[in-house]
Design a binder for this molecule. Structure first.
Ligand SMILES: NC(=O)c1ccc[n+]([C@@H]2O[C@H](COP(=O)([O-])OP(=O)(O)OC[C@H]3O[C@@H](n4cnc5c(N)ncnc54)[C@H](OP(=O)(O)O)[C@@H]3O)[C@@H](O)[C@H]2O)c1
Length: 327
């Protein structure tokens, strides 16, 4: 075992159902990791729209207050308890449990995914959710052949950027929709097959078999109207706060259907070997630069209380929280 980190350690906590919601608390001293446990010094933690929904009490899974938020992040193993065999000190790892907005985590070795050495920590902190969401939606919602087209909105989001890269890797055409010229400028270097700016879907971006909707409301309806007969719209985000809907004429006369997608549920239905294969593929693509996300800001953990407002403001890329172990 190696010595533990400087103490005390800090965590972000959701402490209230109303603004300002968040507080940064010092905890510690940290216990030594027990049997099968690992002390992870966190480096960076991802800030996702779902975190902000959860902080505001609007997410599908609401822990009781107070709780430490954060669905993903990256850290290094600082110390291993007795019986730990899968990871070793110094190794870069991703925690697979909630509570990543913290300087340190002590958790079971089973709740860790090792990351290839040399991986950019910022991309590693975003590796678990959004790239997998993009790949699983493209491969498991309907049957697509190389040359088929996929249309998606919020294309400048992290999921959207990963969708563009994975579409190309799978030989699929990407029709990528954004709502502003600045968002289009941010992702034009990713070279989607068609970059759509604004609400209207041009003729060259019609006829896709699959639409991926992160927005809901009229945005869902517009995607549905652009699809080929029998196409499927998958809603995976509710960025507008409106319920997804389709036009009656698309449902009745053109056989367009709508379904939802939640990665956690999808993984729950899959064999562990299939989930491992997905992450092996994504790891290879991350190393080759096929996937990845733009980073807007790395915010020190002590400023976490600013997050809901910062996240709502216009930004080009993801916000990450940095801990005292990140330099
Ligand atoms: N179902 C699942 O399993 C699953 C998994 C992962 C992610 N998601 C969802 O995927 C979506 C994208 O997540 P992310 O982490 O990739 O996002 P992100 O990188 O943080 O980017 C946020 C995106 O949302 C857009 N946006 C925000 N409010 C909007 C509105 N009212 N109307 C239209 N667009 C709006 C932004 O566009 P501007 O730049 O133009 O503001 C930007 O493209 C989120 O809804 C998230 O919850 C779902």
């Amino acid at each position: 075992m190696t010595p533990s980190t400087p103490r005390p350690s800090r965590v972000v906590k959701v402490v209230s159902e109303t603004a300002p919601w968040l507080a940064v608390e010092e905890i510690g001293p940290l216990p030594e990791p027990g049997e099968g446990q690992v002390h992870v010094e966190m480096l960076l933690a991802a800030v996702h729209p779902a975190n902000i929904l959860q902080i505001r009490g609007q997410y599908g899974d609401q822990p009781a207050l107070p709780y430490v938020p954060g669905f993903e992040g990256v850290g290094r193993v600082a110390a291993c308890g007795p019986g730990v065999t899968r990871v070793q000190p110094g190794q870069m790892v991703l925690p697979l449990v909630q509570g990543t907005w913290a300087d340190d985590m002590i958790l079971s070795e089973k709740a860790l995914m090792p990351v290839a050495e040399g991986t950019d920590p910022a991309q590693a902190a975003l590796f678990k959710a959004n790239p997998a969401t993009a790949l699983v939606m493209l491969t498991r919602m309907t049957s697509l052949e190389p040359g088929d087209a996929v249309i998606f909105n919020a294309a400048n989001s992290s999921v959207g950027q990963n969708l563009i890269g994975i579409c190309r890797a799978l030989g699929l055409k990407s029709f990528a929709q954004v709502r502003s010229a600045s968002a289009a400028e941010a992702i034009q270097g990713l070279n989607p097959d068609v970059l759509i700016i604004g609400d209207e879907i041009p003729a060259e971006a019609t006829g896709a078999k699959l639409a991926l909707d992160a927005i809901g409301g009229a945005a869902t309806e517009r995607l549905g109207g652009s699809l080929t007969e029998g196409g499927i719209v998958v809603t995976y985000g509710l960025l507008s706060g409106e319920a997804p809907r389709l036009a009656a004429k698309d449902v009745v006369f053109r056989g367009v259907t709508l379904r939802g997608f939640w990665l956690a549920q999808e993984f729950g239905r899959m064999a562990p070997a299939d989930v491992r294969a997905i992450f092996a593929q994504l790891s290879d693509w991350l190393a080759k630069g096929v996937i990845g996300s733009r980073i807007a800001q790395i915010l020190p953990l002590e400023r976490a209380a600013e997050l809901p407002d910062l996240h709502d403001a216009a930004r080009d890329g993801k916000i990450l929280l940095s801990t005292r172990h990140y330099c």
